[in-house]
Design a protein around this ligand. Structure first.
Ligand code: NAP
Length: 460
């Protein structure tokens, strides 16, 4: 009876995980996706508890309590902009757990380890430990605990690949001689070093892509452990995690027009300098929020292009208020969503959803671009790279080839940002110097508040 119940619970959990991934791809269904994933996980845990003889229920309850006490406040308190680092640290804990279970299995079974089991276990341990250090470094870079600049030295990539090769060589030795227990700590040390060396050499802004890649490693590692433990749910959930992480990393690199290997081994960001634009000697036309209110009063169609700075300033609520105020005076308002605006996929969708901007106001890049020529004003709130025309016309620019929002085709462009600082790519934006560009300097939330106040004053 029990094995049948376990099988049924596992099938239900797998179906819920698959549905969750499907629903996650649409903003409208993404809330269901979260519920499906959480229910799937609860069902999977229930199935596992039924399947295995739990001898120390007290330890299990203690672990659940620690998990709730640590996880709940983090989940409730963490801000939207800190989601990438929160994901990184969760992933570090998950991969460490998987790796340690692998080590425990090794010591449980040694010396009765056949070639297949030891190979899978070896791969799982390497992936688990390298994901652990990689995720810890990603967390520290994103949280600002260490510099976000890539740490580079001559031959860094060769060193990373050589250490990985050495770890694999020791694993092969252990597969052939499973009772040589002293080899395991060497393997673990080398795997930890690979994760450290790899991620230290990648710039902080590339961390979201790195996290997605490490996520796929953690998934593969869990799937491998599933083979060792003969646990079907672990195999399927790990494979889903592994493949979705990889697909996400590829989508993100394509949207930035960067190859996957360029992100992992290119050390982009080592020469970036903040505020480069200010040093070019060109002048911009600086305006006040009041000036912009006057222009908006006479507009019929406005497109708002949000970016990373809107998230930093937490300006999404006041941006929504601006949209509402404009709509009340008969202005058509749309939001232009670039696929890599911000620092994580869907960053703008999440922020605007948090502010209750309706989904039908959010326009994807391909759909909104043809509408810019008819727009009276494009308001760029804390975005930079995703509007930079260098991506279209400067083959030597790091942005070249990245699809951008065509805000320059609108009649008037308003940039709301703190100064002339560059974006993630570190390159100047020619749009700042155009005759029809109004630069309004200040924190996005403050400027938007002033703008809404002035607009309300003027329009009653
Ligand atoms: P961006 O190019 O990084 O520019 C953001 C701008 O926001 C900066 O120029 C900054 O200028 C301004 N800013 C910062 N804090 C602000 C504040 N409190 N108030 C007002 N403005 C503020 O951002 P983006 O246009 O969204 O482009 C995203 C970039 O990240 C792209 O290059 C993309 O390739 C990269 N990226 C994205 C992802 C992803 O998944 N979304 C992943 C990895 C990398 P000031 O300093 O002058 O204020």
């Amino acid at each position: 009876m029990t094995p049948v119940v376990v099988e049924l619970l596992y099938i239900l959990a797998i179906a819920l995980f698959a549905l969750s991934l499907k629903w996650m791809s649409e903003v409208k269904t993404s809330r269901f996706a979260n519920w499906a994933a959480m229910t799937g996980m609860a069902v999977a845990i229930a199935g596992t508890l039924i399947a295995y003889q739990i001898q120390r229920i007290d330890l299990l309850i203690a672990a659940v309590l620690v998990g709730i006490l640590v996880g709940a406040p983090i989940g409730l308190k963490v801000s939207m902009t800190a989601v990438p680092q929160r994901t990184a640290i969760s992933q570090a804990c998950g991969s460490l757990a998987v790796a340690l279970v692998g080590v425990a299995e090794y010591f449980n079974r040694v010396p009765d380890l056949d070639v297949f089991t030891m190979s899978v276990l070896g791969g799982e341990i390497i992936l688990g430990f390298l994901t652990f250090t990689g995720s810890c470094i990603a967390f520290m870079k994103l949280q600002g605990l260490i510099s976000g600049r890539p740490y580079v030295y001559k031959g860094r990539n060769v060193v990373t690949i050589a250490i990985l090769g050495l770890a694999v060589a020791f694993t092969i030795y252990l597969v052939l001689n499973p009772s040589q227990q002293a080899v395991l700590p060497i393997m673990i040390f080398l795997a930890l070093l690979v994760g450290f060396n790899l991620v230290m050499g990648i710039g902080g802004a590339d961390m979201p892509t790195v996290i997605a890649t490490l996520n796929s490693f953690a998934g593969l590692s869990a799937a491998a452990l599933g083979f060792v433990l003969n646990n079907k749910i672990l195999i399927v959930a790990g494979a889903l995690d592994g493949s979705s992480g990889l697909i996400l990393a590829i989508i993100m690199s394509q949207a930035m027009n960067r190859s996957f290997t360029n992100i992992l081994f290119g050390s982009v960001g080592k020469t970036l300098k903040g505020g480069e634009a200010a040093q070019t000697g060109r002048t911009v036309q600086q305006y006040s929020a009041e000036d912009v209110a006057i222009v908006l009063e006479g507009a019929k169609s406005v497109i708002i292009a949000p970016g990373y700075g809107m998230g930093v300033a937490q300006a999404q609520f006041i941006v929504k208020e601006l949209a509402d105020t404009l709509q009340k005076i008969g202005v058509d308002v749309k939001f232009a969503i670039h696929p890599v605006a911000g620092r994580m996929p869907g960053h703008m969708n999440v922020l605007l959803a948090e502010a209750n901007v309706s989904y039908d106001q959010l326009w994807e890049m391909e759909k909104i671009n043809p509408l810019f020529p008819q727009a009276d004003v494009a308001i760029v709130v804390g975005a930079n790279d995703v509007t930079n025309p260098a991506a279209r016309d400067k083959p030597d620019s790091p942005l070249y080839g990245m699809p951008i929002l065509d805000v320059d085709k609108a009649k008037t462009i308003v940039f709301i940002k703190r100064g002339r600082g560059t974006g993630f790519s570190g390159v100047d934006n020619d749009l700042f110097y155009l005759q029809n560009t109004m630069m309004v300097f200040g924190d996005a939330k403050q400027v938007m508040t002033d703008l809404v106040t002035e607009l309300k004053k003027r329009t009653g």
